[in-house]
Write a protein that binds this ligand. Structure first.
Ligand SMILES: Nc1nc2c(ncn2[C@@H]2O[C@H](COP(=O)(O)OP(=O)(O)OP(=O)(O)O)[C@@H](O)[C@H]2O)c(=O)[nH]1
Length: 201
């Protein structure tokens, strides 16, 4: 669609303040509406399928109410290389953040981040999955305590704020888009928005 044609209003279907901050970096106008969905995995569902399904479901929930809008949904599923069917969510408390990081210490951890863009009126529905890998250092109990107290990563899957002090917990990281690790893959999302006629930048 040419960029001078009708461009649907954008809605971010999310409760995440980080996703809102990340989308703001693309300099496009958008509203935010929280999708209330059940994020429980299906029986034997793998991380990649779960992440894509939830991203689509979040966007679809809002798109059903606003069929003319371009709705963005995203989801991140975190899992440890050696235990692919155990998903690490948001800790929500200091105690659980401490417990999560004790488990992640020394491990190879996958961050699967899916983003869905859909607009019913324009018959658009696209999902992309961006993978990111973090090798955590062997963390001492004192380091974990100091980190949790400083960053308070209670609403971050895997109990890290990679853009903040969380980076000091890493041995190495591998991925094409650091913003995917934070929860919204902006390189791919920019491309998806351009393909539906938004000028980014
Ligand atoms: N600040 C920060 N947040 C992170 C990082 N990694 C993951 N997150 C956040 O962890 C959350 C992952 O949980 P999800 O279930 O995908 O999303 P949510 O927070 O429930 O928000 P919804 O979009 O409403 O589902 C997201 O809000 C991510 O932005 C990070 O490195 N830094």
């Amino acid at each position: 669609m040419r960029s001078d044609q009708f461009r649907p209003p954008i809605i971010l279907a999310s409760t995440s303040s980080i996703r809102r901050q990340l989308l703001s970096r693309l300099n496009v106008p958008f509203d935010v509406i929280s999708p209330e969905i059940d994020e429980s995995p299906f029986e034997r569902e793998n991380a990649q399928t779960l992440s894509c399904r939830l991203a689509e479901q979040k966007a679809a929930t809002i798109s059903a109410q606003f069929p003319h809008a371009l709705v963005i949904g995203s989801d991140q599923v975190v899992w440890i290389e050696s235990e692919p069917h155990i998903f690490i969510g948001k800790p929500l408390t200091a105690a659980r953040a401490y417990e999560q990081l004790r488990i992640l210490s020394g491990k190879l951890v996958h961050f699967e981040t899916a983003v869905n863009v859909q607009c019913q009126q324009l018959n658009i529905n696209r999902t992309e999955l961006i993978r990111f890998l973090v090798h955590f250092r062997n963390l001492s109990a004192v380091e974990i305590q100091r980190y949790v107290a400083f960053d308070q990563p209670f609403n971050s899957a895997g109990s890290i704020k990679a853009e903040s002090l969380g980076i000091s917990l890493f041995e190495a990281m591998h991925g094409e888009d650091f913003t995917a690790l934070m929860g919204l893959p902006l390189i791919k999302l920019s491309q998806m928005l351009r393909e539906v006629g938004w000028q980014v930048p």
